[in-house]
Design a binder for this molecule. Sequence first.
Ligand code: PMP
Length: 396
Amino acid sequence: MSSHILNQFLSENLEDLKNKGLYNVIDPLESPNGPIIKIKGQELINLSSNNYLGLATDDRLKNAAKESVDKYGVGAGAVRTINGTLELHTRLEEKLAEFKHTEAAIAYQSGFNCNMAAISAVMDKNDAILSDELNHASIIDGCRLSRAKIIRVNHSDMDDLRAKAKEAKESGLYNKIMVITDGVFSMDGDIAKLPEIVEIAEEFDLITYVDDAHGSGVLGKGAGTVKHFGLSDKIDFQIGTLSKAIGVVGGYVAGKKDLIDWLKVRSRPFLFSTSLTPADVAASIRSIEILMESTELNERLWENGDYLKKGLKSLGFNIGDSETPITPCIIGDEVKTQQFSKRLYEEGVYAKSIVFPTVAKGTGRVRNMPSAAHTKEMLDQAISVYEKVGKELEII
Ligand code: PMP
């Protein structure tokens, strides 16, 4: 018999979410997560995945994964520190360090997991963390797990960061102070002001931590936001995910050898959770090799991003101030945003609505993530659907 109190909690809260229109219904894909997807038999132009370079379905990655399964099987068999480190994991970490221009790197099972692991391995209750208010949920949870004092900084507001860094430093209350930010903010596509952040960090001796989940493979000709600004030797923690531009799954920290050595003995998901599978690792290695060999996919991604932005902007949509291929289409009103996304879907375009509480009230948007794998024809088709639905709902 299940608990009465649990049943009551679940039914009341689920009902509440459904009444507020916040209960997310998940539609499974009947196809790979490429530029065209299939849901319930309907083919849709996909503008909602993080598969920025189209590598999630690339034959070269698929073949690498298949070969690794033949050679090593499907599971790593243990946590990294027992005997779950295959020579493949070591090769991936060497490749990541090369890719990020750092001394060393450590891989985790996901980007989320990586933030939970890395922050709490270094920061504790005697420390403070200056965290941008729009940082990703996994950064927020990682900060909480560390038990350090969390000081929220207004989004990309360098005056606020400087004032709060100064106050924290001068208070004498904290052993260590960290500044932590996304490299690219995924809701608006804006880039963290890393040169100013580094300057402030140097002034107040802050540890620097950049989660570049949406910048790697995208900025710096693929090498990421830190490389884009030429700051590879100035950032202590370069975090990334293997799940977006890289196209697979997993997360990593790249940094100095001592930092990585410390994470290998102190970060809990590395010590207590089974390592990435051979297929994940082999496909990720191949993906990074492709990224380092050629900027072709990266260039196509930017071309497609610019093309979509220009098309939507010329129709009169508010696409915000994105500095990356991420293209929000800001509608404002929450109900209208959801209605808009639903109509796009009915007309063959999959572009998810994002509303409060994920973004601020009154800034509901449909977020578009063009990729290197979209053709101009697909983007033209999507733009013409936007025009039709935008006029129908009197948004343009
Ligand atoms: N950090 C940021 C900034 C992200 O956007 C995401 C993914 N949404 C993650 C971490 C988590 O990465 P993963 O999907 O690999 O767990």
